[in-house]
Design a protein around this ligand. Structure first.
Ligand code: ZN
Length: 391
C-alpha cells in the first residue's frame, strides 16, 4: 500500500473536465485531453477501428476465411474446431450461431455464477440445440461465490464483478485445454466494446491484488483457487497450449440490433428484458453502484461511442446523462434484489453503496510488473495482444 501512495493522491484529485467531442470526462481517472480539449478515448477508438478488418478493407470473405483458418488449426486429438464462452447475451449467441451455420464443430462453455436470468437460460438452451454445438456448463457453488462477491462489494472498488470475469476466463481456457481445443471464438467486438476506461476496472490476472481484496474481506485467498486466472495460467494456455482467440464479429460490420433480430427469428432467442445488461448484478454494478459511489457511469462510455459513430449527437447524449439510468422504482427493485441474494438488509447495502469509494491503486498490486511482462511478450512473439486486461 505504501508504494502506491503517490499515485493515489494524483488519482483522487483531478479538476473536472469533459471532452469537447464525446462525453467522456474526468470520472475516468486516466483520461487525457489534447490542446483542443479532445480526449484520448475518441482518438484511440477511431484508430482501433482502422485496424479492424471490417473497417480496414471491405473484404466480404473475411468471416469465411476466419472460419477456414479455425478448421485448419484443429488438433487431430480434438473433437472440436473451437470453444465459445456463452452467456445467453447477444454477442456470444451470435458467434455461436454463425459458427454453427458455417458447419464448425463447437463446444459452447457456460460459467453459471448463479445470476443467470430465466431468459438467458432459455437462450442458452435454444442455442445449444443448433447443429454442431455441444455444451459444457460450470456451475459455481453459490455459498462460496456469494462470500467472494460480498468481499468485493465491501472492498469499495468499482469493479465488483471482477470475480465473475475471472471465473469466465479461467473456465473457458481450462475446458478448452481439457478438450485439446486450439481456438476460442470471442463475442468481443469493436462495435459495442470500443470505449472501456481502464481506471474503472482492473487486471483480474493480478493475483496480489485479488488476494489482497479477499484478505481485506476476511477470506482465505484459496477460496478462489478454482476460478482464479493469473499470469502462470495465461502463459500455460496461450503460449504452451497455444490456444488462440479470434473475434468473428470484427470481420464484418456487426450490428447488435440486427443480430438480435436474426437470433429471434432463427432460434426463438429473446432479448434480455432489462435495457442495459444480461445480468442484474452487472446492471447494479454499472448503472447504480458505480454512478453513486464512484461518480462513474458506464452510459458515458456507451454514449461516447454512439457519438463517434454518429448514432447520436453530443447534445442528446448530455441530455440522457442528466437523468439516472433507472427510475426510482427500478433502482429500488434492483437494490432489494441484490441485497436479498447476497444476504444484506436493504439498509446495509445502501450503506455499502454510500461508503467512500476506493480504487485499485488503494490496494497492493503488481500493475507495473505485469505491464512490463506483457510488453516483453509482445516484443518476443510480435503478437498483437489485446490492450484490454482480459484480452
Ligand atoms: Zn472524447
Amino acid at each position: 500500500m505504501k508504494s502506491s501512495k503517490k499515485i493515489k493522491s494524483n488519482f483522487h484529485e483531478k479538476k473536472y473536465q469533459i471532452c469537447k467531442r464525446c462525453v467522456m470526462d474526468t470520472s475516468d481517472k486516466f483520461i487525457q485531453f489534447d490542446s483542443n480539449g479532445i480526449c484520448n478515448h475518441c482518438r484511440d477508438y477511431l484508430n482501433k477501428r482502422l485496424n479492424v478488418t471490417a473497417y480496414k478493407n471491405q473484404d466480404k470473405n473475411a468471416l469465411e476465411d476466419l472460419f477456414k483458418r479455425v478448421r485448419m488449426l484443429r488438433s487431430p486429438n480434438s473433437k472440436y474446431d473451437a470453444a465459445i464462452g456463452i452467456s445467453g447475451g447477444t454477442d456470444s449467441s451470435m458467434v455461436a450461431y454463425l459458427a454453427s451455420k458455417a458447419g464448425l464443430k463447437v463446444l459452447a462453455i457456460h460459467m453459471d455464477n448463479c445470476w443467470d436470468s430465466p431468459i438467458a437460460a432459455k437462450n442458452i438452451k435454444n442455442l445449444i440445440a443448433l447443429p454442431g454445438i455441444d455444451y459444457y456448463c460450470k456451475p459455481l457453488i453459490w455459498n462460496k461465490f456469494k462470500k467472494i462477491q460480498r468481499a468485493f462489494l465491501e472492498s469499495g472498488l468499482p469493479d465488483i464483478d471482477l470475480p465473475t470475469d475471472t471465473a469466465i476466463i479461467s473456465t473457458v481456457y481450462r475446458v478448452a485445454s481439457l478438450f485439446k481445443i486450439k481456438v476460442l471464438l470471442s463475442g468481443g467486438n469493436i462495435s459495442n466494446e470500443g470505449i472501456l476506461p481502464a481506471s474503472w476496472m482492473y487486471n483480474p490476472k493480478d493475483s496480489l491484488f485479488v488476494n489482497s481484496v479477499l484478505k481485506k474481506g476476511g477470506l482465505n485467498p484459496k477460496i478462489m483457487s478454482d476460478i482464479k486466472y493469473g499470469l502462470k495460467l495465461d502463459i500455460k494456455y496461450r503460449f504452451f497450449d497455444n490456444i488462440k482467440t479470434f473475434y468473428p464479429l470484427n470481420k464484418f460490420k456487426y450490428d447488435k440490433y440486427n443480430a438480435r433480430k436474426i437470433l429471434e427469428k432463427e432460434i426463438n432467442w429473446e432479448s434480455p428484458i432489462r435495457k442495459h445488461a444480461e445480468s442484474i448484478y452487472t446492471e447494479f454494478n454499472q448503472f447504480i453502484y458505480m454512478p453513486i459511489k464512484h461518480n462513474a457511469d458506464y452510459r458515458r462510455a456507451h454514449l461516447s461511442q454512439d457519438i463517434i459513430l454518429e448514432r447520436i449527437t453530443r447534445k442528446e447524449a448530455l441530455n440522457i446523462l442528466k437523468n439516472s439510468a433507472y427510475s426510482q422504482i427500478d433502482t429500488d427493485y434492483i437494490i432489494s434484489f441484490v441485497a436479498q441474494k447476497l444476504g444484506y438488509s436493504v439498509e446495509e447495502l445502501k450503506t455499502l453503496i454510500n461508503n467512500p469509494p476506493l480504487w485499485y491503486v488503494d490496494f497492493p498490486n503488481r500493475e507495473k510488473l505485469l505491464n512490463n511482462i506483457y510488453n516483453v511478450f509482445r516484443l518476443l512473439t510480435n503478437r498483437k495482444l489485446s490492450s484490454t486486461w482480459w484480452g
